[in-house]
Design a protein around this ligand. Structure first.
Ligand code: NAP
Length: 341
């Protein structure tokens, strides 16, 4: 394919200020920057979908973590998928679809070694930011490798209508869980969990104490808790976990915007008598599961046994709103930003 005409400047999102508590639009700036032609071994990609993810909130703070913080006044990065529009790299041709880490911008110039080619015929391109990508592998690895899910387990997942949570509940069921319970933040999401994703029970955590609602939804307790939320949810799950129960600590979104240290869980000592295992999960530790994950999840998508939703926000100029919306629960399934075709 011939090289495509590319503009000399394009838009990218900078972190303008470090959010104090909840991020606001003023913390972000959409800036025009030159589009750099690829050097030897590099490709130029026109992004088609950008990912916004909860972990990015942590990167907006100036603290040491498992991913470095975003620099103030610089372009942010994150998952993105797009098409090669110019290539100086062997094995990458104009028109190839690629997944890479230079999101939050319209055009990305990068070493081809940092891009992965994806099959645009196999599934919609955006799926490699969600069900067939990082959030999908998080759900799969958390359940199978960390929780060591067993047939007959009773499973509870928080953030259950989101990208990771919606897959956790469904994969648990496909792998033989005997009861799947989820929590989410609206009546519509609760209905989606039961009607579309096949959860046995679900509740809106805003309707009352999580502990009480979980006891009603899982009267025989739970064996696995997949924690996307932390705080009150984790404490309630520790109450509900059965002897030898396992909790996968995947995320703590309830406290990402806190400005003071969170309380609890106050009942951690219960873990002794119940012989609980609470284990943190980082998806990047589980790359070895990728081939098995891709084959199995793609199969479930093809045969219709896995339901997948996306919330699509159109336009690079709305990426910061999409991110803030994600933190406020504006998404069902994976939140993605679609750039103008
Ligand atoms: N450890 C890892 O390797 C790894 C990898 C990927 C993701 N994660 C973590 O997994 C979790 C889910 O990520 P995701 O990408 O799938 O995001 P997501 O669930 O699609 O989106 C975030 C959701 O969090 C919910 N939420 C916001 N504030 C909340 C609160 N105070 N209490 C309860 N729920 C709240 C919102 O839904 P409601 O409307 O239901 O409130 C929102 O839709 C996050 O904590 C993320 O950091 C970890």
């Amino acid at each position: 394919m011939a090289e495509q005409a590319v503009p000399t400047v394009a838009r990218e999102w900078h972190l303008a200020a470090r959010p104090q508590g909840w991020p606001t639009p003023a913390d972000f700036a959409l800036v025009e920057a030159p589009v750099r032609q690829p050097g030897p071994g590099q490709i130029l990609v026109r992004n088609e979908y950008l990912s916004v993810d909860p972990y990015m909130r942590g990167r907006m703070n100036d603290v040491k973590s498992y991913v470095p913080p975003f620099a103030l006044g610089e372009v942010m990065d994150g998952g993105a998928v797009g098409r090669v529009v110019a290539s100086q790299a062997e094995g990458f041709a104009v028109g190839d679809a690629v997944l890479h880490g230079l999101g939050w911008r319209e055009y990305a110039t990068l070493d081809a070694g940092h891009a992965v080619k994806v099959d645009a015929e196999a599934a919609p391109l955006s799926y490699c930011l969600g069900v067939l990508g990082m959030p999908g592998l998080t759900a799969y690895a958390g359940l199978l490798a960390v929780a060591d899910l067993k047939e007959g387990d009773r499973v509870f997942v928080s953030g259950a209508a989101g990208a990771v949570g919606s897959l956790v509940g469904q994969i648990a069921r496909l792998k033989g869980a005997s009861r799947v319970v989820g929590s989410a933040g609206s009546a519509e999401k609760v209905a989606t969990l039961v009607d579309d994703y096949g959860f046995d029970a679900a509740f809106n955590y805003k309707d009352g104490p999580v502990r009480e609602q979980l006891e009603k939804a899982a009267p025989e307790g739970i064996d696995v808790y997949f924690d996307n939320v932390g705080g009150e949810h984790l404490e309630a799950a520790i109450w509900a976990l059965n002897v030898h129960g396992r909790a996968v600590l995947c995320g703590a979104i309830a406290q990402y915007n806190d400005t003071s240290a969170p309380a609890g869980p106050r009942n951690l000592a219960l873990a002794i008598g119940k012989r609980l295992r609470l284990e943190g999960l980082l998806v990047r530790d589980h790359a070895e599961l990728q081939p098995r994950f891709t084959a199995e999840v793609a199969g479930w998508l093809r045969d219709g046994s896995l339901h997948y939703d996306e919330t699509v926000v159109d336009g690079v100029e709305h990426a910061a709103d999409a991110f803030i919306g994600l933190l406020r629960g504006g998404n069902t399934g994976k939140m993605v930003v679609r750039l103008a075709p």
